[in-house]
Design a binder for this molecule. Structure first.
Ligand code: HEC
Length: 234
């Protein structure tokens, strides 16, 4: 890739020199070309090898095709590298997922309404029935929005401390909610944006889009065949 890049620059340079050389009818290696280091030398050799083989016009054409191909290859490589890095940056680690699970189970107590498996079989009979998150079709952004802002009037608490203070959630403030009679239950704790990301990491790794919880998934979820798994179908 570096060679390609160096070659590219040098091919351009060589091509310009070649044009000059054509006029002078002198090989361009007499010029200051060698002083540009290895890649220049390679590019120079490449151009020099082509020169006697081709008439000036075709050579210019071929060099141009080479230049475009090289550029296209570079763009493809750049795009592939970039997507790879982006995907890598997003992929949560096992620690992220475990941290998200702790927040789900303990700090935010999502399981009180959604159940430990996220299937809506709530852990606390006094709590509202949470949605079955295993069947949720929300993408990550919509999931994070639901956690931050909750669902006014629909028993899903908002976990962003400032959710209805400055219009960041659906452009609504507390007064708007009160006026329209839409309430939100208090969350067990508010969460930092980073904690909400971790909960989302956990949800997407273990719950959302994962189908119904069966015994195998349960053992995988808890790391061992705990009591909760024994009542599930094999
Ligand atoms: C007090 C009960 C309660 C708690 C606690 C709670 N939820 Fe909910 N949640 C609900 C209810 C009820 C809904 C359905 C709201 C609706 O009908 O739009 C819901 C909806 C959701 C949705 C949207 C699902 C969809 O497909 O539309 C997500 C995501 C969600 N909850 C995640 C969480 C997470 C994560 C936590 C913990 C940080 C949590 N909830 C805590 C009750 C709760």
């Amino acid at each position: 890739m570096l060679f390609c890049l160096g070659g590219l620059v040098d091919m351009r340079r060589d091509w310009q020199r070649f044009q000059v050389a054509k006029l002078r009818l002198k090989p361009p290696s007499d010029g200051p070309m060698g002083s540009n280091g290895e890649s220049s030398l390679l590019g120079g050799r490449f151009a020099a090898a082509l020169r006697p083989l081709l008439k000036p016009k075709t050579c210019v054409m071929r060099m141009d095709i080479g230049f475009r191909r090289c550029l296209a290859a570079l763009i493809v490589i750049a795009v592939v590298c970039d997507t790879g890095r982006a995907a890598q940056a997003q992929a949560p680690t096992a620690e992220d997922v475990a941290a998200g699970m702790r927040i789900y189970v303990q700090k935010a107590d999502c399981q009180a309404c959604h159940g430990w498996a996220g299937d809506g079989r709530k852990m606390d009979s006094q709590m509202p029935d949470g949605a079955n998150l295993r069947e949720s079709r929300l993408n990550r952004a919509a999931t994070i929005l639901a956690i931050k802002c909750g669902r006014p009037g629909r028993s899903m608490p908002a976990f962003d401390r400032l959710a209805y203070s400055d219009g960041r959630c659906y452009e609504l403030k507390l007064a708007d909610l009160q006026r329209t009679g839409r309430q939100l239950p208090d969350p067990a704790a508010t969460l930092q944006p980073r904690e909400i990301e971790l909960v989302a990491d956990f949800l997407f790794a273990k719950i959302m889009g994962k189908g119904p919880m069966d015994r195998a998934a349960c053992v995988e979820y808890w790391g061992s065949d705990v009591d909760a798994c024994r009542e599930l179908d094999k």
